[in-house]
Ligand binder design. Structure first.
Ligand code: 4AD
Length: 468
């Protein structure tokens, strides 16, 4: 009896199909076994004897070829429909795809009317076109690749910090400070029955964070290497191809940092390590961009990784702009902000490669930047990384750790009371330190060569637009 039960159990288990992701099936996992794959149809080709399907579940750019008897065809089996396919995974004769699923059952789980569906089979849609369908664009090959690269790049950045002894800190989204002091802040108000004091839930004015820097600085007073990676918000009224109202920023803070060179080294190492990781681990998805969407961009990325990134001062950048024969829209006098057109020109001047620009005028940077007192012109120890096609990718600085200088600067700005806690950090065990913030969405634009920032984030938020 025991043997009989065991035999039936074995027989029964053998016939339960093993659930596989498309990526697993594509690599030949469970070859010869009875398997089940679930996904969305990317192509249907009914032929006289056989039916050919391609099924994708987001685990890979490639779709799995499914071959079945012609009788398995179903009018509901259309491009975009959701299916569950069971059968045996076999070797195929196709060189490009060594394994295929020989189906004995195809079940349509969710239908899709191909006439109404905005994407058409075998058509290549532009990024602008698919951007109109934020709720559906993940069904396209190109946006699928983008999302996988985004996820891999996120992992690469976390692993860079982990491997280099940084501790991740969850900095808050709701805050009572405007770190950058630029006034581009979204206010936070409560509503509903729990309303306290006319919507002022926290009893102080609160905002969505523009940067986690000040909170990181708090923790860097006890942990010498910290980072955060999350959303930042800016009520930036500019409709440009590199600004979002909600974007992702990677920020790090490093204590006992004596010079900008130390900071620059970390930024460059992180940039290089994350990019090499993405190129190696998301090769197929990156290639889709470099070959089809932004042809020629791979050469730029390879050139970016070849040499170490040059460093010039703001004063040298101004000299470069002054010596150019370009007709800029904005002034290029010492003390003026570097606008996108200036950043682009400086990058071009440096061989269309990334460049660090350091030592900006005192008045251009926020209160926390460290005063370069030894310089003849009044500058601060700040650094921006400019990259081809995007302009400013990363901004950082040494922080003013000297209590008297910081207090004077905050008093001048009328902020000494608001930032009394920040002054305390300089009172109790202050050390030279510095940090930076890298715009993650701009980073993806930079490595993939994507022109518009709205095409590298799943749900873009920008002025006059918050779809979904
Ligand atoms: O230069 P920013 O404003 O620096 C800071 O916020 C510092 N507190 C960071 C720090 O030192 N911890 O912003 C850093 C980067 C920019 O270089 C840019 O890449 C990105 O954030 N960024 C934006 N990206 C998309 N849309 C916007 N509106 C952005 N504003 C800044």
């Amino acid at each position: 009896v025991y043997r009989g039960v065991l035999f039936s159990l074995r027989h029964y288990c053998k016939n339960i199909p093993i659930k596989l992701r498309v990526s697993e099936a594509l690599s030949g996992a469970e070859l010869g076994a009875n398997v089940k794959v679930q996904g969305w149809v990317r192509s249907v080709r009914p032929q006289k004897k056989n039916l050919f399907l391609h099924v994708n579940d987001g685990s890979s750019l490639q779709s799995l070829q499914v071959v079945g008897r012609a009788e398995l065809d179903d009018p509901l089996l259309t491009f975009g429909s959701a299916v569950e396919v069971s059968g045996v995974l076999k070797k195929s004769t196709h060189q490009k795809q060594p394994f295929e699923l020989e189906a004995d059952q195809i079940r349509v789980v969710g239908t899709c009317n191909p006439i109404d569906f905005p994407f058409k089979i075998k058509e290549r849609h532009s990024l602008e076109y698919i951007r109109q369908f934020p709720h559906l664009r993940c069904r396209t090959n190109v946006f699928g690749s983008l999302l996988r690269v985004r996820s891999e790049a996120t992992a690469a950045i976390h692993s860079y910090f982990k491997n280099n002894g940084f501790v991740q800190i969850h900095t808050p989204i709701i805050t009572s400070n405007d770190c950058e002091g630029a006034g581009e802040i979204f206010s936070v108000q409560s509503s509903g029955p729990q309303d306290v004091d006319d919507g002022n839930f926290f009893s102080v004015p609160t905002f969505l964070t523009v940067s986690g820097q000040l909170h990181l600085e708090v923790v860097s007073g006890a942990f010498s290497r910290v980072y955060t990676f999350g959303q930042s918000f800016r009520a930036d009224n500019s409709q440009t191809r590199r600004h979002l109202a909600e974007f992702f920023m990677v920020e790090a803070e490093i204590s006992f940092t004596q010079s900008l060179e130390d900071l620059i080294k970390v930024i460059e190492d992180m940039f290089r390590s994350a990019t090499e990781h993405v190129l190696a681990h998301s090769a197929e998805d990156v290639d889709l961009f470099h070959q089809r969407v932004t042809p020629g961009h791979r050469a730029t990325v390879d050139a970016m990784l070849k040499k170490s990134i040059p460093v010039i001062t703001y004063t040298e950048a101004i000299d470069i702009l002054k010596r150019s024969s370009e007709n800029f829209d904005f002034p290029t006098d010492w003390g003026c902000d570097l606008k996108t057109e200036h950043e682009k020109y400086v990058v071009k001047h440096c061989g269309n490669l990334p460049v660090f620009v350091t030592d900006y005028p005192y008045d251009l940077k926020p209160f926390y930047a460290r005063d370069n007192q030894e310089h003849s012109e009044r500058t601060v120890a700040a650094v921006d990384l400019l990259v081809p096609g995007v302009g400013e990718l990363c901004g950082g600085s040494l922080r003013e750790e000297r209590l008297d200088l910081l207090r004077a600067r905050l008093e001048d700005a009328g902020l000494a009371d608001t930032y009394s806690w920040y002054l305390d950090l300089r009172r109790f065990g202050s050390v030279p330190h510095g940090g930076f913030g890298l715009g993650f969405d701009r980073y993806l634009q930079c490595i993939l060569g994507v022109d518009n920032i709205k095409d590298v984030i799943p749900f873009p938020r920008f002025v006059q637009s918050c779809l979904l």
